[in-house]
Design a protein around this ligand. Structure first.
Ligand code: GLU
Length: 491
């Protein structure tokens, strides 16, 4: 049977970074097995529904290339993909369970259930339904239904059996059925509970492998019992361990951004996000760290996902990002930058698009080795797009380089001006810039830093920037002369 997996989010907000890892593991496992990956939206809990979140989730997954083979946007044979559109299906299956005496009507009011729970809690007992309605006679049940009493439907959990399943990551898990509640399958409003809908849908959608977060382990015996009750073949379960934030704290909005969208907005490359996330919990059994998505598809092994908790560190993800940025083809990286800017900062994009394409490419090529995130491009480049507005003399002085007075600064700048104005130098060629400068500085019996430091500051106006020679190459002859002259006038 071919592999079918699914991601089944509830539309309650963003795609979090820990859900992304689950999606990625599902995706890798599916693709390496030539299977099918489905997206199903579990939206039966209307009170938690967040407007717009389904579209948002699908957009985010598309941005990180994890597109389901079937889902609300690209339906196939297994739809509908929104549980709220499958209510008739759940009704049909709940009736089947009742008819087979595997489930029963429960007429207990919420007041009674609250009282029961409070009583159990006061006695330090596990909170469970006391099965009152399970023992109604057929006649009693019929009478209550006729009276029009509100009801839920509960699973008749078999007594004194062992419920087991083999988890792909944790191995065999067994619990006695006496510890499983007679769970509600259908609520009074006719909506199924998560436990019921998930089993019916996974079965009807031919899901063979359920890969999900391990907070669902306690629910799995309930699902196993439902598969037994229906007489359906069980899928394989693999529960992925949790992802924690720095300091082993629960990842949450409070510990920083956790939505995938926020990382895309900070202009992390998809390659870096996926590579880093894949390694959080999966052991590739090698010292290699960089894997493209196709390498991940080839190498990933579900059985090599470890049980231990993994810690998500944004700094570490930045490190992966810097690696991918550095190794990108500059033109391709520019296209990416343009796409990001188009989406997140069109004002800045319009500003830089007013400059020649070659100029922008030169800047990006220069910065590529030091960008940790694409957003740093904007922070690191203001002086390429605007003339420095303030000239801070302290930035020019540098004891170590023997630039101790304004006069020293002026001497260096005058020399540089002469070199740049000289027609021997080819400012479109980095080698020519370097060689000419070194030669002329030597002739003047000065030190490289002594000349180049103030030139760098005059051209950038900043404490940190690329070196003077790189700036001259990028800014060109005219602009470099203009800025140096202006500095000489002002200081
Ligand atoms: N709707 C559940 C969630 O949002 C899905 C759990 C599962 O994968 O079974 O976590």
């Amino acid at each position: 049977m071919s592999i079918v997996t699914r991601f089944a989010p509830s539309p309650t907000g963003y795609v979090h970074i820990w859900s992304l890892r689950t999606v990625l593991y599902n995706y890798l496992f599916t693709k390496q097995n030539d299977g099918k990956f489905l997206l199903r939206i579990e939206d039966t809990d209307r009170s938690r529904y967040v407007e717009g979140s389904i579209e948002n989730m699908m957009n985010v997954l598309a941005s990180v290339w994890l597109i389901a083979d079937e889902g609300p946007n690209n339906p196939g044979a297994n739809g509908p993909y929104l549980q709220s559109e499958r209510l008739d299906i759940y009704q049909k299956y709940i009736k089947e369970l009742i008819a087979d005496d595997k489930a029963y009507y429960c007429f207990c009011t919420s007041e009674r259930l609250t009282e029961l729970r409070e009583e159990q809690q006061s006695l330090w007992l596990p909170t469970k339904y006391d099965k009152k309605c399970r023992y109604h006679s057929v006649q009693e049940t019929e009478d209550l239904l006729k009276e029009g009493k509100d009801f839920t439907v509960r699973l008749k959990v078999p007594e004194n059996i062992e419920v087991s399943f083999v988890d792909g990551i944790r191995g065999k898990i067994t619990i006695p059925s006496k510890d499983v509640d007679d769970q509600v399958l259908m609520k009074t409003d006719g909506f199924p509970t998560y436990h019921f809908a998930v089993v019916v849908d996974d079965h009807l959608m031919w899901v063979t492998d359920i890969i999900r977060w391990d907070e669902w382990i306690p629910s799995t015996p309930k699902h196993v019992l439902l598969y037994h009750a229906f007489g359906w073949e069980m899928p394989r379960f693999s529960h992925v361990p949790p992802l924690l934030g720095a300091g082993w704290k629960k990842l949450s909005k409070r510990t920083g951004d956790v939505s995938v969208e926020s990382f895309l907005e900070k202009w992390f490359l998809t390659e870096a996000i996926l590579n880093y996330i894949a390694l959080l919990g999966w052991n590739p059994k090698t010292t290699e760290e960089y894997f493209t998505i196709s390498e991940l598809i080839e190498r990933f092994k579900l059985s090599d996902v470890h049980r231990a908790w993994a810690v998500f560190e944004e700094d570490r993800m930045e490190w992966f990002n810097a690696h991918y940025i550095k190794n990108y083809n500059t033109q391709k990286l520019w296209d990416k930058l343009e796409t990001y800017l188009h989406r997140y900062d069109s004002t800045f994009l319009n500003k830089i698009l007013a400059f020649p394409a070659q100029y922008n490419l030169k800047i990006l090529a220069e910065l590529q080795t030091r960008l940790k995130r694409l957003i740093d491009f904007k922070e690191l480049t203001p002086f390429f797009y605007d003339d420095p507005t303030q000239i801070d003399i302290d930035l020019f002085l540098n004891e170590k380089m023997k630039i101790e007075s304004v006069e020293d600064v002026k001497n260096s700048l005058r020399l540089a001006l002469k070199v740049i104005e000289n027609s021997d130098i080819d400012v479109t060629n980095p080698e020519s810039i370097k060689d000419t400068f070194i030669e002329k500085i030597k002739e003047a019996e000065m030190k490289n830093g002594q000349v180049l430091w103030p030139v760098r500051v005059a051209l950038s106006g900043e404490k940190f920037s690329p070196g003077a020679l790189e700036l001259i190459y990028i800014l060109g002859r005219e602009k470099s002369i203009e800025r140096i002259q202006k500095t000489l006038k002002v200081i």
